[in-house]
Design a protein around this ligand. Sequence first.
Ligand code: GSH
Length: 211
Amino acid sequence: MARNDPIYKLVYFDLRGLAETARYIFAYAAVEYEDYRVKREEWPYQKDATPFRTLPYLEVDGDVIGQSNAICRFLAHRFNLAGHDDLQQARVDALVDYVNDVRTGGLIGWIREEDKEQKEKLKAEFFNKTVDVYLATFEKHLKANVDGNREYFVGNAPTWADFHIAILMGMLQEGEANVLAKYPLLKAHKARVDNLKGITDWIAKRPKTAM
Ligand SMILES: N[C@@H](CCC(=O)N[C@@H](CS)C(=O)NCC(=O)O)C(=O)O
């Protein structure tokens, strides 16, 4: 690290969750940062001091940015992973918003449910009824990448949307190992992102957490 490099501190719980895309961005860009993990018992004392009373937040030389997607977008712009022009950036943002649609459209409900029986029911509903429309739509976007070679969602090089989507696909595979069987482009895309320089190393060394 050079003397005048910015100092980054990413603060989240000891989870992949809403911080993992930012961690992929740092890993791919080969930029050093502090991956600070707040302990659950410490959180109530820290909550009020965070920008939105939630985690993650990012400190950049003492400036504080809240909201996971704002953090990623900021880092992506700094490290050239946001898309090469405004049109590409809009496509990246739209894909990221669609990940949010998947999360709110059944994924989070299933993951957060604590009652065992209800959790199984929500999981079955999500994987048997809901998920295919989302996956088919992602597959369609990958296929339709007109300004690229279909290896990445936008253009010919990785953007943070690729990281965000690959991380989502990993979560889905953890729930149902064969979930991508009918989606060859998406499956290959997930493997391609996992094999990117920096990201492979991060996946190998990151703390093993449930989510
Ligand atoms: N829209 C926010 C949501 C943040 C959020 O809900 N974070 C959760 C952890 S995943 C949190 O801070 N939970 C603890 C709490 O709300 O007290 C973002 O994307 O950053």
